[in-house]
Design a protein around this ligand. Structure first.
Ligand code: HAM
Length: 419
């Protein structure tokens, strides 16, 4: 006999089962409501794209260099499972040319071949929002405020906002020169990994958390000191806008993000309730050259993405946002062999109640046990006598009280009790 097959979800992926899946959907609903209230519409884009769409994330970034799930399809097209959504959104913008400003939100799975650990997965899910077609600093503020409002709506109290500006083409080259000379002069003090990063992308050395690198990074030149007048004024306007809305932030001049397309405003949200290695619960910024690089007209853009799995971990750590219980309002206990349960569950669900039942013509006792286990507030018990009298016995599973209710009034009666 061959061994029976046994499979596990692939490493770095997770099954989301009820009731957690209900909490998950409730979280997406909170986000959708906040985003749609200020004019953002949902975009659903493909989970795989031509691999070229992701080139501007940066050949030397971890995401593109080491983590992309790439493959060739049967017609030898070179494709990749999307490792992030901003590039896909810019590709969609370049393709469809919608009216601007284009304000959109999205949700969906992303794929990165990372080393899995708590809060770091190979398939994870983001919620995000993007605004394409405006350089207005108020768009930056609107985007950041949307993310902030979302964390607040979940009840999270320990999420910090770090803010930086990475400048633009008028100031970045001078800064990169200064940074590169400084890091080259201190190369011997850097970790081996940072020496390799230095050759490929000096800016990303600032992102190192390795002990050896910290003193060198602490004294490195800062982008904010190199901002020319326009990017400096833009950054100031973003800071002023956040202050006007009462949004706390910390300027983090060494904040660089793990993707290369950023210009000007960049930001990250960190959850203090999580371990520092996985405490980034969201991040984003401006990417004013990305649409053009993907074949569209020069179009500024700003947005963010937030990791759902990490946000839920932060909610667990802070003891907030339990999500809906997923429990039925009423459990039908049927002593007629199942016929009445079929009718009653259909009728009650149509009347807007959450309803469940047992199968397999179980004994009254077994059905009552199932009713209690389901978490339902009420049991609707129906046997031949109730059918003859056109009534139903309604038992309150918390108090044990039982009442006889006319079948015609049942839905109304149950609704009154559960709301
Ligand atoms: P990102 O910083 O790479 O940015 O990812 C955003 C968020 O996704 C992170 O802050 C984190 O919460 C979550 N995340 C990232 N990788 C993982 C993982 N392996 N497991 C679990 N969660 C993860 C972007 O993706 C940009 N597209 C954001 C953006 C939008 N920039 C402008 N617009």
């Amino acid at each position: 006999m061959p061994e029976p097959l046994s499979f596990q979800a692939p490493k770095g992926t997770r099954d989301v089962l009820p009731p957690e899946s209900g909490r998950w959907r409730a979280l997406v609903d909170v986000f959708a409501e906040l985003a749609e209230a200020i004019g953002y519409g949902e975009v659903v884009s493909p989970m795989f794209e031509d691999i070229g769409v992701f080139a501007r994330i940066g050949e030397n970034t971890e995401i593109v260099g080491k983590e992309m799930y790439e493959f060739r399809d049967r017609d030898d097209r070179h494709l990749a499972l999307r490792p992030e959504l901003t590039a896909s959104i810019c590709r969609a913008f370049a393709q469809h040319r919608p009216p601007m400003p284009w304000k959109i939100w999205y949700q969906g799975p992303l794929f990165r071949y990372e080393k899995p650990q708590a809060g770091r997965y190979r398939q994870f899910t983001q919620l995000g929002a993007e605004v394409l077609g405006t350089e207005d600093p108020h768009a930056d503020v609107e985007i950041i405020a949307l993310a902030r409002r979302f964390y607040d709506a979940l009840g999270l109290r320990q999420v910090r906002l770090d803010l930086n500006s990475l400048g633009d083409a008028t100031c970045r080259p001078a800064y990169l020169d200064a940074l590169t000379s400084y890091l080259a002069a201190h190369e011997g003090e850097l970790s081996e990994q940072s020496r390799a990063t230095l050759a490929a992308n000096p800016l990303r050395v600032l992102d190192s958390k390795r002990e050896a690198d910290l003193p060198v990074i602490a004294a490195a030149p800062l982008m904010v000191d190199f901002l020319t007048s326009e990017p400096a004024a833009h950054f100031q306007a973003v800071c002023d806008g956040l202050a006007a809305l009462g949004i706390d932030y910390r300027i983090s001049p060494r904040l660089v993000r793990g993707l290369d397309y950023y210009t000007m405003t960049t930001f990250e949200f960190a959850a203090d309730a999580l371990d520092t290695a996985q405490n980034a619960v969201g991040g984003g910024g401006r990417y004013d050259g990305l649409v053009e690089d993907l074949g569209g007209p020069p179009t500024p853009g700003i947005g963010f993405a937030l990791g759902i799995e990490r946000i839920l971990l932060a909610c667990d750590a802070e003891g907030v946002f339990d999500g809906p219980s997923g429990e039925p309002d009423v459990f039908v206990v049927d002593l007629t062999g199942g016929r009445e349960a079929l009718r009653l569950t259909t009728e009650l669900a149509a009347a807007g109640l959450r309803v469940d039942r047992a199968f397999d013509d179980r004994s009254a006792k077994a059905q009552m046990r199932a009713a209690n286990r389901s978490g339902a507030r009420l049991a609707a018990i129906v046997g031949d006598a109730e059918v003859d009298a056109a009534t139903v016995e309604v038992k309150d599973l918390e108090s044990g009280d039982q009442t006889t209710v006319a079948r015609a009034d049942l839905a109304e009666h149950l609704r009154r009790v559960v709301t």
